[in-house]
Design a protein around this ligand. Structure first.
Ligand code: F6R
Length: 230
């Protein structure tokens, strides 16, 4: 719908089908710009588990997007603070993010903003929580191989996107999803900050939605749309 859209992209298991579908749709990508939300610190770009590799494998190598339109945090930046400031400026110079795609960690993280991240945070280096290291060990074969640090957009950065789509599938995400949608807004549950955003769409399967107290109300709103929306 917007040929020059600026997209914020996430990695991990969750968005893989979305990227496959975007490839299948054969869209025109020549004017699209992308900003990835995070990257591990210390992995080479070519490491099979780097988010650079993930993005090329799952999306970029299948579409015709100019390489200059792609931005992914540099996990090997010599001056991390300077790099993060530049990344924020590049997002602003591109006109801001139109649509941010998010997954959610089992502990409620978005990007790699782990619990107790400032809700106003900007792009910076973060230390991964033990739970995230355990959860992501599946990609590395063992916990000890998971990098301890990442560069991630902040919650403040994410909240400036004009629209956000959060995807979550499976029972392992149900607690985090309930906290994000229905819990109190608190730094201990970073995704709860999304309650303050004016345009968030949350796509769940039944398992991920299982702990939502107001699920029947949400379903009602779909079944009984006001006349002007039908
Ligand atoms: C990754 C990212 C993370 C993941 C989250 C869920 O770029 O931003 O917040 O979205 O850790 O990961 P999966 O989808 O592997 O369960």
């Amino acid at each position: 719908m917007k040929p020059n859209a600026v997209l914020g992209l996430a990695t991990g298991s969750t968005p893989q089908l979305l990227y496959r579908e975007l490839v299948r749709m054969k869209l025109k990508w020549s004017r699209v710009k992308t900003f990835n939300i995070d990257e591990y610190v210390g992995l080479s770009e070519g490491h099979p588990q780097s988010f650079h590799s993930f993005m090329w494998e799952n999306l970029f190598r299948h579409i015709k997007i100019p390489a200059r339109n792609i931005r992914i945090p540099d996990g090997n930046a010599k001056n991390v603070e300077k790099f993060c400031g530049t990344y924020e400026k590049q997002i602003r110079a591109a006109g801001g993010i139109d649509l941010q795609v998010l997954g959610i960690g089992a502990n409620g993280h978005i990007g790699f903003n782990e619990p107790m991240s400032s809700l106003a945070s900007r792009t910076r280096i973060k230390t991964l929580a033990q739970q995230t290291i355990r959860d992501n060990a599946r990609f590395f074969g063992s916990r000890s191989k998971v990098p301890r640090h990442v560069i991630t957009m902040g919650i403040g950065t994410i909240m400036e996107a004009r629209q956000i789509v959060l995807l979550a599938f499976g029972v392992k995400k149900s607690q985090a999803v309930a906290g994000a949608i229905e819990g109190p807004i608190a730094a201990r549950h970073p995704a709860s900050a999304l309650q303050l955003h004016p345009h968030v769409t949350i796509c769940l399967d039944d398992a991920a939605a299982a702990k939502l107290e107001f699920a029947s109300y949400y379903r009602d709103t779909f079944q009984h749309k006001p006349v002007w929306q039908q």
